[in-house]
Design a protein around this ligand. Structure first.
Ligand SMILES: [Zn+2]
Ligand SMILES: [Zn+2]
Length: 264
């Protein structure tokens, strides 16, 4: 096997995994129609939703009276123009879908999950005054090592799913500069300090591409630090990031303990 073959193996294995398993729902194991995505309609419709009122800036459920400039969850976002919207809170079966896609290789889930990004994506486009055919979809990159290991970037797969319903083109404008420490267990302050500078783009706006508006796509947004770092990198290269759309949204500010929380 050449090094290229070795790198491609996890991706091929993930695809084969999708094809070989019997068509059953990844959430409840009921049988779904052959050719259907691996989640049944009842499970899909029972996914948790982000409850209103939402922050107009970051899409999080507001637990405090509305303010003009976002909420506590997005108060530290450095770019005033940055916006985010998500489909589901990162809890229950929505969190399971994120994990099944990313860690279990259920890449076929990216089709319905990517399609579900359509409504929040169109909200962001409307607020930015940008038509769908004037925007580029840019997946948030993972590190090259992680991509080799996993065989795919889940954000890219979601962007592909979204592009089928939004009629917008997917372009990988960003790459991870270096492998940083995993941010998963860092306190929020450390995540914000860890993310900036982690991305780069070798594509400047205007070079053969008339579109300048960019909609970032990711599977999960937590603090918004990654989104802000991506947006800052794009802005420096002349692009106009209009926001980030994600399947799930996790946030810690104002998070009450226990599963009865209205937003988690
Ligand atoms: Zn099901
Ligand atoms: Zn907010």
């Amino acid at each position: 096997m050449s090094p290229t073959d070795v790198q491609a193996f996890p991706r091929l294995a993930a695809r084969a995994f999708d094809l070989l398993l019997p068509p059953s729902c990844v959430l409840c194991s009921c049988t779904v129609e052959a050719g259907m995505a691996p989640v049944c309609a009842p499970c899909w419709h029972r996914l948790p939703r982000i409850l209103p009122p939402r922050c107009h800036r970051c899409g999080a459920t507001r637990l405090t009276p509305a303010e003009n400039n976002g909420c506590a969850a997005c108060a530290a976002w450095p770019l005033e123009s940055m916006r985010a919207e998500a489909v589901c809170p990162m809890k229950g079966n929505a969190a399971r879908l994120v994990r099944e896609l990313k860690y279990a290789g259920w890449t076929a889930l990216a089709v319905p999950m990517g399609r579900a990004l359509s409504d929040p994506a169109q909200n962001l486009l409307r607020r930015a005054g940008v038509p769908a055919d004037e925007v580029l979809l840019a997946p948030v990159p993972i590190t090259p090592a992680r991509r080799r290991e996993r065989g795919f970037n889940q954000a890219r797969l979601l962007a592909d799913g979204l592009s089928h319903v939004l009629d917008a083109r997917v372009t990988e404008l960003l790459e991870r500069r270096i492998a940083r420490r995993s941010q998963a267990h860092l306190p929020r302050r450390d995540r914000l300090a860890n993310a900036p500078g982690s991305f780069r783009t070798s594509v400047r706006a205007g070079g053969g591409e008339h579109r300048r508006s960019v909609l970032l796509v990711d599977d999960v947004v937590t603090t918004g630090a990654t989104a802000a770092a991506c947006a800052a990198t794009l802005t420096e290269a002349g692009w106009q990031p209009i926001g980030l759309v994600s399947f799930a949204r996790a946030w810690r500010t104002f998070e009450p303990s226990g599963d009865s929380s209205p937003h988690m």
